[in-house]
Write a protein that binds this ligand. Sequence first.
Ligand SMILES: Nc1nc2c(ncn2[C@@H]2O[C@H](COP(=O)(O)OP(=O)(O)OP(=O)(O)O)[C@@H](O)[C@H]2O)c(=O)[nH]1
Ligand SMILES: [Mg+2]
Length: 187
Amino acid sequence: MRQTHCEDGTPRSAPARVVLVGTPNVGKSVLFNRLTGRYVVVSNYPGTTVEVTRGQARIGDVVCEVIDTPGMYSLSPITEEERVARALLLQQQPDVVIHVVDAKNLGRMLALTLQLLEAGLPVILLLNMMDEAERLHLHIDHHALAKRLGIPVIPASLISGRGVEELKNIVGEYLSNGQNRSVSTAD
Ligand SMILES: Nc1nc2c(ncn2[C@@H]2O[C@H](COP(=O)(O)OP(=O)(O)OP(=O)(O)O)[C@@H](O)[C@H]2O)c(=O)[nH]1
Ligand SMILES: [Mg+2]
């Protein structure tokens, strides 16, 4: 648990928060379903018609809230969906941000990873759709990429569950090490 504040300013404990981000159609919702249990809430983000799905997960010893965000291409929002995703990232102090990308189009997707890092967010990069990338004989040196970016980079194929256990282990480490971590909320 960590301290946040209620609307009247009094402190309260809130569950750790894991936010899933990425462009449309990369597998965020498949990951959400793999991480969360039965208690899933879908609601419109306040003041918008954009739906946000939240669920609970137990990762390691920590019970956390997982938030599935609408697809976004950039932290500089153009669409209402992107504005909501940006607000979820910058105003809700995530403990972990999982950037899900399509490994087949990695080059195009890393710009958002860099923006997330520049915003000071605790990012883990998940290279999804490795099954398709491998079918195309694409080789990705994820160790070198992790070194260059300075964050964990995990190859995965969420549709079959590949990479999910490794991801959970790393998220668990972030959650147990970063209980009092404060994240830049600069807008
Ligand atoms: N081949 C393959 N397909 C996958 C994998 N992961 C997800 N998919 C498929 O990719 C499609 C998109 O997955 P979603 O989870 O809906 O993607 P999303 O990121 O939530 O998309 P938006 O909600 O539109 O932003 C679905 O048809 C999935 O079945 C994977 O590892 N391999
Ligand atoms: Mg989705």
